[in-house]
Design a binder for this molecule. Structure first.
Ligand code: 0O2
Length: 212
């Protein structure tokens, strides 16, 4: 087996695949965003954030899963070296966007996790996709994995603050966990109410024969 230094050196060499995959994914999502805006007549995607996982976080994640730091394990088990987060306005935008991605010939879905209809015990809500995208390097044509998290602004507000509060803290008290779940439920209620208002406005536009 390679030493940690050798694995780190090899990881450096394969990073071009992941950096290129991120470029492919970001470009395709930007195209979808522009077209989606045109179809919806409002801006369904608020913003898109992207990152490449650091070598340090890759090593920690393997370690957490009791896996050795080898290139094979990195490529096989770490799905989120390329990570993209898409923040939408309404919950319906999230599911419309997922349907659009399902129909894409460039972004190929490998796995889906619906933490919107099945929130985590913590209160976390989001839709996760593990996807792969084609990357053409000079001497290699490969499919590269990436993780896409899609959620509303309200879900993102909760997840971002929960992250800041250190959600991986194993000593989090039951009181804090309960209060966080309650906040998540309140934000979910806001999402549902906003969606109801969107539907009402759209019905109103149809009745008045307006399309602006
Ligand atoms: P970070 O620091 O955000 O990058 P997998 O990633 O699929 O190998 P797992 O644990 O099955 O492993 O993935 P899961 O739970 O589907 O998704 C993990 C990611 O979702 C996390 O990434 C977080 O970004 C987010 N997440 C999941 N649960 C919570 C939660 O309770 N609170 C918050 N704020 N975020 C959550 P990382 O890499 O663990 O962390």
């Amino acid at each position: 087996m390679d030493s940690i230094e050798e694995s780190l050196f090899k990881l450096d060499n394969i990073m071009i695949k992941y950096i290129s995959a991120l470029k492919v994914l970001e470009t395709q999502l930007q195209i979808i965003n522009d077209d989606f805006k045109y179809i919806k007549k409002y801006n369904p995607i608020e913003h898109i954030k992207a990152r490449i996982k650091s070598a340090d976080s890759i090593v920690k994640k393997l370690d957490k899963n009791n896996l050795d730091f080898t290139l094979e394990n990195v490529e096989k088990y770490i799905n989120d070296i390329v990570g993209v987060r898409i923040i939408c306005g309404f919950e319906s935008d999230v599911f419309d966007l997922i349907d659009i991605i399902r129909n894409s010939n460039i972004i190929h879905i490998l796995k889906e996790k619906d933490y919107i209809n099945n929130p985590k015990k913590s209160g976390y809500r989001s839709y996760h996709l593990v996807v792969e995208v084609p990357v053409e390097l000079i001497n290699e044509k490969v499919m590269v994995k990436a993780e896409i998290q899609i959620r509303t602004m309200a879900m993102d507000l909760w997840a971002s603050l929960d992250h800041k509060l250190n959600y991986k803290n194993e000593y989090r008290t039951e009181t804090i966990s309960n209060r966080l779940r309650k906040i998540s439920d309140e934000l979910n209620r806001v999402d549902n109410e906003m969606l109801e208002l969107l539907t009402l406005e759209e019905e109103q536009k149809l009745i008045n024969g307006r399309d602006d």
